[in-house]
Design a protein around this ligand. Structure first.
Ligand code: HEM
Ligand code: HEM
Length: 193
């Protein structure tokens, strides 16, 4: 089966975004480390890299799997499930990195729109994953229940996916040097990030 043109474009954009976020965090911001005792910025850097490459890129690939992979429905389902599982795991580690950075740098947790949208999104993603596993994989629901659940799974899956894109956009915007509303208003109590 030929890969549709739209999927090729989506993959090219995903690779470009992955290269850019790595370039930004590794080359311009000094690298990645979950346990740096002195440079706390390295702990933060894990967050955008894992959220983008782990959560968004792998999540997108998982959603496209039924449409672009050449294998049987059952194999594509396994790939869909595994990619979503890895995306959820890496996304959770990425969020842990953001909290660890805040805690070790004395910055408040959950003070931005991005952080609440992000936390809500990963929670919904976890629920979607759990329902997907139990309905379509293990233990698996009856054929009638699966048939009824499928349209709901597809719709809610797309909603959660769009929310994840929104969270990543808000996060990238938060990280922009031009985003300093508290500093501009002269009310900054903590570093903006
Ligand atoms: C879907 C993807 C993402 C999710 C679910 C997410 C989630 C979160 C959460 C829950 C926090 C709060 C941590 C705390 O309060 O201790 C946070 C913080 C942060 N994230 Fe993300 N994030 C995502 C992507 C990104 C990306 C791609 C960037 C940057 C390019 C980014 C930049 C930030 C920044 C600067 C903070 C600290 C400031 C703040 O809380 O707004 N995030 N993120
Ligand atoms: C957060 C995780 C998940 C999201 C966001 C998600 C999202 C989606 C989306 C958008 C589709 C439609 C794909 C298409 O039209 O080609 C879909 C289909 C499907 N998903 Fe998921 N999914 C998730 C997890 C799971 C899990 C864990 C399973 C368990 C095996 C699963 C099983 C399925 C099945 C069986 C289909 C139907 C494919 C078909 O017959 O057309 N999903 N999912």
């Amino acid at each position: 089966m030929a890969v549709p043109a739209a999927a090729k474009v989506a993959r090219a954009l995903a690779v470009s975004a992955a290269v850019l976020v790595l370039l930004w965090c590794v080359h311009f911001r000094g690298g990645l480390s979950l346990g740096s005792p002195t440079n706390k910025g390295l702990i933060f850097n894990v967050h955008p890299v894992l959220m983008l490459i782990g959560f968004i890129v792998l999540g997108s690939e998982a959603i496209m799997s039924y449409k672009i992979l050449p294998w049987s429905h059952d194999t594509n389902k396994m790939v869909h499930m595994l990619l979503h599982s890895v995306a959820l795991f890496l996304g959770s580690v990425g969020i842990y990195a953001a909290f660890k950075f805040h805690n070790e740098s004395g910055v408040d947790n959950l003070y931005s729109l991005h952080s609440w949208v992000g936390l809500g999104t990963i929670s919904l993603y976890g629920i979607q994953w759990l329902l997907g596993i139990t309905t379509f994989f293990f233990p698996g629901a009856s054929p009638t229940v699966r048939r009824r659940m499928l349209p709901w799974h597809v719709r809610s899956g797309l909603v959660v996916y769009v929310l994840a894109l929104l969270a990543a956009e808000l996060g990238s915007w938060r990280s922009s040097p031009s985003f300093r509303p508290a500093a501009l208003a002269g009310t900054a109590r903590k570093p903006c990030w």
